[in-house]
Design a protein around this ligand. Structure first.
Ligand SMILES: *Cc1c(COP(=O)(O)O)cnc(C)c1O
Length: 357
């Protein structure tokens, strides 16, 4: 079927994006790196406390932005609230991607970087982690200098590898990115610690991205933030939909930053559980990659599809990432608290014995 009006050329070329599986309700969802317990209690109270007046009115942002900025250690002029990070990534692509210009990514990484860059017509230069999942720093620096891409997206820690760039490596990238906006996506920083948010005042080519979808347990509410120098933030604010973020998400995010202790506790518990899961899987002979986030990337080898299907029948969802690597075997396991991990390990011990699924 041809459309009455054709899609923009870059949109026409897009492969269709396969959204997450539906029907995940009632399962142990270790497939999308969500919080597996629930949002902090303050979030539920904030939602229950929304007045009819708040619902009928368009959202007001100023006070909330000031409070969120304080939480992230920046000024309100440095912050843009977005409808999840995905909206923020699209905003960045809207601002800086251009037909005929380049965007740089290092794969495997978060799929939306390529998606929005291509949608906005940029040509994507995709470097690769090597087979030991090391970041190709020298190559990135070379491409930044030689090809002058408009945008570089990096997730730190990266999804799905779990790997973390050190501050010195990020400095090297930012120094080389003389003509490039560098987006450092810190979706998992609650689990890794560390942030380069403090650098935005000195680095006019840096945009830091934070989300409430992961540690804070609010993936269903859709809210995140971009943090950047005042000039970049101001330019992006000019082209952002004025009411992209709804009042419920805003109230919930404020509840999180007013009482951050539950999120910190959750992150600590997940890190302890991740260590335990890593040890247990290694004891079983599974190859596990070191991770700084709330998930582990493992290599189940040729049995990966069978293991993933077997766990699914037992009500546990994992994410098969084999397609990222061009070889069957790679699976990403979201880590929740230790109670959830024991459920997973009991099922794994049954399945991992050869010949049983
Ligand atoms: C999950 C994830 C996000 C998603 O953020 P939303 O705020 O839910 O849109 C962003 N970046 C990375 C690297 C992620 O893994």
């Amino acid at each position: 079927m041809s459309l009455v009006v054709p899609l923009r050329r870059a949109a026409e070329r897009m492969a269709s994006y396969h959204p997450p599986l539906e029907g995940r309700g009632g399962m142990l969802r270790l497939d999308f790196n969500e919080n597996t317990v629930g949002p902090p209690p303050g979030v539920m109270r904030a939602l229950a406390g929304l007045t009819p007046e708040r619902i009928v009115s368009y959202p007001e942002y100023q006070a909330a932005e000031e409070r969120l900025a304080r939480y992230f250690g920046v000024h309100a002029e440095n912050l843009i609230v977005t409808n999840g990070v995905d909206d923020g990534l699209r905003l960045i692509a809207d601002g800086f991607a251009e037909a005929g210009e380049k965007a740089l990514i290092v794969e495997p990484t978060y799929a939306m970087y390529r998606f929005y860059a291509e949608l906005l017509g940029a040509s994507v230069i995709a470097l690769r982690y090597d087979d030991r999942l090391r970041f190709p720093l020298e190559e990135v620096v070379r491409v930044l200098r030689r090809s002058r891409p408009r945008i570089l997206f990096v997730a730190n820690p990266n999804n799905p590898t779990g790997s973390l760039l050190r501050p010195a490596e990020l400095r090297r990238i930012l120094d080389a990115a003389r003509h490039t906006m560098v987006i450092v996506d810190e979706a998992y920083t609650d689990f890794s610690g560390g942030s380069v948010t403090g650098w935005i005042s000195r680095r006019p080519n840096l945009i830091v991205v934070r989300t409430f979808s992961k540690a804070a347990g609010m993936a269903g509410l859709r809210i995140g933030c971009l943090l950047a120098g005042a000039e970049v933030a101001g330019a992006l604010r000019r082209i952002h939909s004025p009411y992209a973020v709804n009042s419920a998400a805003l109230a919930a995010a404020l509840a999180v930053v007013r009482h951050p202790a539950p999120v910190r506790r959750y992150a600590r518990e997940v890190v302890a559980a991740r260590r335990e899961l890593e040890r247990a899987l290694r004891r079983m002979g599974v190859i596990v990659y070191p991770s700084a986030a709330n998930f582990l990337l493992v290599d189940f080898g040729p049995r990966a599809p069978e293991i993933v299907a077997g766990l699914r029948r037992r009500g546990i969802l994992l994410r098969d990432r084999s397609s990222d690597f061009g070889r069957i075997g790679w699976v990403r396991i979201t880590v929740g608290p230790r109670a959830h991990l024991r459920t997973l390990l009991r099922a794994m011990e049954e399945l991992w014995k050869p010949g049983r699924s």
